[in-house]
Structures are given as structure tokens and as C-alpha cells.
Design a protein around this ligand. Structure first.
Ligand SMILES: [Zn+2]
Length: 177
């Protein structure tokens, strides 16, 4: 079931599917992407890896290196890794939030993701931020009414109400340690 297909189904069906999907993910692997994303990527995606650093605007990362750029690059968002590498973030189902939400930028992050061979963009599949105590928190969006997770700023897929950024203290999954 792809994302668009899900949105065309009745609200209740979506809520039930997402609810049980969420339970399954929480019990097993909380950092796993939704089934729709897995289905689209599983045939061709390289193994996910850990990328650590800060997500910033490309213009700021370039300015720190005294590299001039024009307005066209102003909205590009990149991961500036701890080693100083600049990796552009793909604005897909998971990476788009970094373009939308300033709360996710200019802070320490651990990202699980992958890059297709020959493509510089990082496909993000899980986002971890750190709270004031330095604890790692799995970060997504949440509707308190419907109790379903989402991954970008949007009206709730079920009730159309407001959603909020959610932080859950959590260690990295074993497969990237
Ligand atoms: Zn809702």
C-alpha cells in the first residue's frame, strides 16, 4: 500500500493501519520506516548507515568555507557531518521535515539513511536529536488525538488537526552500531 493509496482510503482504515503499524514498529524496530517507504526502496536501496552532524542551510555551510553562492542555493538543506563533509538532504517523506522545520536544523543529529550509488543526496529514514541533558531522542511528529506518527509538518492524516514534534529518549538501533 503506497502513501497515496493510503490517503484515498477512509480515515478509519488509515488510522487503524497506522496504529497497528506504529505498535509493530515500537515493539520491534522504532527506527524502521513506514511499510510504504520500505516497499519502494527495498529492491534497490543500499544498506542504511549512521550519519552524524548538524543539518544546516547549504548557504551557511558554504559561507563558513568562504565559498560564494547565489540565491538559487539558499533553500538547500545539508548535513554538515562531524568530519566536515557536506551531504545534501533529499526532501522526500522523511528528509522534507528538515526543509520545513527550523527546530530540526542547527542542532546535533544522528541520521540513519543511505545514498544511492552516484547520487550525493542522503535518503533519511530515521531522525535522532539530543535534548538539553544530551540524551538521544528519536524524533518524529505525533497527533495527540489520533495517536499516530507522521514524518513531516502537515495536518494530521486522520483528523486534519495540528500535529507536534515528538521526542522519545532512545538508543540507536543495533544495525547501525
Ligand atoms: Zn489526528
Amino acid at each position: 500500500m503506497n502513501r497515496r493509496g493510503a490517503l484515498r482510503r477512509p480515515c478509519v482504515a488509515v488510522a487503524v493501519a497506522l496504529f497497528f503499524g506504529c505498535l509493530a514498529l515500537s515493539a520491534d524496530d522504532p527506527a524502521a520506516p513506514p511499510e510504504s517507504a520500505v516497499a519502494a526502496e527495498e529492491q534497490k536501496a543500499p544498506a542504511p548507515q549512521l550519519f552524524s552532524g548538524q543539518v544546516v542551510y547549504l548557504k551557511d555551510a558554504l559561507a563558513r568555507r568562504d565559498i560564494e553562492t547565489s540565491a538559487e542555493t539558499a533553500e538547500h538543506v545539508v548535513l554538515e557531518t562531524d568530519a566536515g563533509e557536506i551531504i545534501p538532504i533529499l526532501a522526500d517523506w522523511r528528509g522534507r521535515a528538515f526543509y520545513q522545520d527550523e527546530q530540526l536544523r542547527n542542532r546535533k543529529v544522528d541520521l540513519i539513511g543511505f545514498r544511492h550509488p552516484g547520487v550525493p543526496y542522503l535518503n533519511v529514514i530515521a531522525v535522532y536529536t539530543f535534548n538539553e541533558a544530551g540524551e538521544r531522542t528519536y524524533t518524529d511528529y505525533w497527533c495527540d488525538v489520533c495517536s499516530i506518527p507522521m514524518y513531516e509538518i502537515q495536518p494530521c492524516e486522520c483528523c486534519q488537526g495540528a500535529i507536534r514534534l515528538r521526542f522519545q529518549i532512545q538508543d540507536l538501533p543495533e544495525y547501525v552500531k
